[in-house]
Design a protein around this ligand. Sequence first.
Ligand SMILES: [Zn+2]
Length: 384
Amino acid sequence: MNTLDWLGRLVAIDTTSRNSNLGLIETVRDALTAQGLKPWLAANADGSKANLFCTLPAADGQTQGGIILSGHTDVVPVDGQDWASDPFQLTDRGDGRLYARGSCDMKGFIASSLALVPEALAAPRRKPLHLALSYDEEVGCVGAPVMLAELSQRGLRADGCIVGEPTSMKPVVAHKGGYFFRCTVHGKAAHSSLTPQGCNAIEHAARLICHIRDLADAWRAQGPFDAAFDVPHSTITTNLIAGGIAINTVPDACSFSYDFRHLPGHDASGIQAQVQRYVDDELLPRMRREYAGARVDIECGAAVPTLDASEQAAITQLVRALTQDQGVRKVAYGTEAGQFAQAGIPAILCGPGSIEQAHKPDEYVEHAQLALCDRFLRQVLATL
Ligand SMILES: [Zn+2]
């Protein structure tokens, strides 16, 4: 099967993060097994999702070293989006683009990697090539750490990793780290005609949300800055909120979630400490004057480490040489590359399609981008 065949097959399996990805994983596993390979899975706790890892050993059977081609199998939802064609059917509208959910983020890269396998098996390689497919990247890079733990358990080493997120086939050497926090403000309910007897959780949550916005404004105005990033400073933003039960009841609880994304080198724990300090020093004392039992709980839902690839790393130099691109690109979104790097495997981003098309209705990848990716991966193969 060529890249297009694979892409058609992969996008037809609805791997929206809330669903199981096993249909896709088993399809890939069976195809690899049929070619004599021994892929292994690393599943989540309840077995409903899995990562897949597969080593194509070197000609002498060596499985250590070599390069990992990595992609996430899950996609973002299409709920409420207006698509001109079925998002789960690869559609060629004759405009040089292939439309489908996941076509660019990031089943295009996975398709190109899978199409390469027969050629890779026939090539007299001195080093192994590995495929790494993860689950639940879109909900906070939750799946890859399970695979990385298994990798380390098996004592498997690799020299470098290419994460094929959509970068228009240009090397991206750094990305921000990200954290999702969920905060619940606990006050006291009362009939709304008797407000002094209550402690309004929504109002106090609003103070904290505004403080978080003030932090964001301060970073935007004063830095730290790294001009190579598309958004050159750390950001923090509240994106979900829920509270209250009725118009005539002072609410006793309000929950909201905020997301912060920090530059490499901008200390993440220090950022969260600023939020916590405001809670401890200002918000809680004020709430407790109204209600002694007031409480603010903050929990961290997901954490994604930054990527800050070394220009000296062999994988950086390889991707720069093959793409003939020396541009220094750094991006605001998080990826699994930071997790590979943290696990001791130097990583870099390079994949087909543009992040501009990701997550949107009528997501597409251009034929030309897939062709570039096919050529790029063939060149990677030739270096092994
Ligand atoms: Zn992605």
